[in-house]
Ligand binder design. Structure first.
Ligand code: FMN
Length: 438
């Protein structure tokens, strides 16, 4: 986000003044494609779209794949609830994305790039269109860039708001004009992507790191963050913290520092209860885990995910069963329905949580939730169904007592589960009690 807020995103000259398009110039006039890939590999950059896959390796696979044509796709779908960092990058620094896509195109042997962006991001779309037009006019996109003979053009495709269309194979189908449903992998897009041709798909934030890595070098990048996850991560912090917003921090910054430092602590000094890291398919982190370094490896070790960097912080007034139920409602709605484990599984997880939230739960429901979660994570076709139960696993592990209070004591201590709350209407005038009303 180095340029966000410092440049006029609608003026290419501002970007150029801050070394913009210098890396592209160096790449196409001085480096061989494989040398570009080596720099990205040495930098240790990992995908910021959720899975943390090594970026250089993905570029190498696409470079090596044979095809009539190749494509670069920027994943700007950003459907994860509680995440808006890609929007900020595109609105504040659109050329950093365009420059990176052209560098990637040169490295893998592609002349066309697509930005698949969620349709709601109208300001980002407008600025990207302006940026593309200005770059073309200055010869920084289009034909024969820097007199190198390399051509690169970028097209924009707007998504229609399906969460699953952020999944790479569904996204490609959507660009092709087909129903956005995930495909069985392998083949991976690196070998068979858009229209069956080798395709490189990277997240916007991943790409926003490329030009600066080329300019400053892989070693410079390695010095930021952790050994296994170099660089920075952009977090979207929201919920019951004093300061909600988007922050870029070195990978591995502890959760506590993010919440207490940058977040300014909990609103009204209420007690921290849980932070959901990584968006709706992320895990629920209790206060025992507040000192966890926020990077892909440290979180994976404890069964959590960094995902896209969404951090939803909740205080003591929130009920764990209610949180899990709310998440399952989201997945039930967003499942594309192509595979049974996800289509049926999310519904059934939701129904069982709903039953517990109404005080109708039994102890065996907890076992059933876990069994179904296991089946989904092992058998669902794509990451949506595989990762949907993460909140079930983590809440059962760290907040089992709260489930038991709902089941054994018919009690929701936070008062969130309406089925377990007694509402009493009192008529103060006559002191008349109108009785209980569930
Ligand atoms: C259900 C689902 C939704 C996803 N949504 C996004 C998204 O909105 N943006 C994104 O960059 N990656 C998303 N991904 C991950 C992509 O499939 C893919 O891994 C990513 O774009 C690769 O880029 P990266 O290597 O730079 O992270 C999603 C994955 C799943 C399973």
């Amino acid at each position: 986000m180095r340029n966000c807020g410092h440049i006029d995103p609608e003026n290419i000259k501002d970007y150029i003044t801050r070394d913009g398009y210098q890396a592209l110039g160096t790449v196409v006039t001085e480096l061989k494609p494989i040398e570009v890939i080596e720099i990205i590999e040495q930098s240790g950059l990992r995908g910021r779209g959720g899975a943390g896959f090594p970026t250089g390796l993905k570029w190498k696979f696409t470079h090596q794949a044979a095809g009539k044509e190749k494509y670069v796709v920027a994943n700007a779908d950003e459907g994860e609830p509680g995440t808006s960092k890609d929007r900020l990058i595109m609105e504040g620094d659109p050329h950093s994305l365009l420059e990176a896509m052209a560098i990637a195109g040169y490295a893998i042997g592609a002349n066309t790039g697509y930005i698949y962006i969620r349709g709601e991001y109208q300001l980002a779309i407008k600025r990207l269109k302006i940026a593309i037009a200005q770059a073309k006019e200055m010869g920084l996109l289009g034909e024969n860039l820097f007199d190198s003979g390399f051509n690169f053009e970028i097209k924009i495709r707007e998504g229609a708001g399906a969460y699953v269309c952020g999944e790479e194979t569904a996204l490609l189908k959507s660009i092709e004009g087909e129903r956005g449903e995930p495909q069985v992998k392998p083949p991976y897009p690196t070998n068979e992507g858009l229209w069956g041709q080798p395709t490189l798909i990277n997240n916007v934030e991943t790409l926003a790191n490329i030009a600066v890595i080329i300019r400053e070098g892989a070693e410079w990048f390695n010095e930021i963050g952790t050994e296994g996850c170099p660089g920075t991560k952009v977090f979207t912090l929201s919920g019951d913290v004093e300061n909600e917003g988007i922050i870029e921090l070195p990978m591995g910054t502890p959760l506590r520092r993010i919440i207490e430092g940058f977040g300014g602590g909990m609103v009204d000094d209420k007690e921290f209860k849980v932070a959901q890291s990584g968006g709706s398919s992320g895990g629920c982190m209790p206060k025992e885990l507040l000192d966890t370094p926020m990077d892909y490896d440290s979180l994976a070790e404890i069964g959590m995910t960094l995902g896209s960097g969404a951090l939803l912080v909740m205080d003591e007034t929130h009920c764990i069963v209610d949180i899990a139920k709310c998440l399952m409602q989201f997945f039930k709605h967003e499942s594309c329905g192509k595979c049974v484990p996800c289509r049926e599984g999310n519904k059934r997880l939701y129904n069982r949580l709903d039953k517990i939230s109404k005080g109708e739960g039994e102890l065996e429901d907890l076992e059933r939730l876990r069994d179904l979660a296991d089946t989904m994570s092992k058998t669902a076709l794509c990451g949506l169904g595989q990762m949907a139960p993460t909140s079930i696993y983590t809440t059962l592990k760290y907040f089992k007592d709260e489930y038991l209070t709902h089941i054994e004591d018919n009690n929701c201590t936070t008062g969130s589960c309406r089925g377990l709350v007694d509402l009493e209407v009192q008529d103060k005038r006559g002191g008349k009690d109108y009785g209980n009303n569930n």
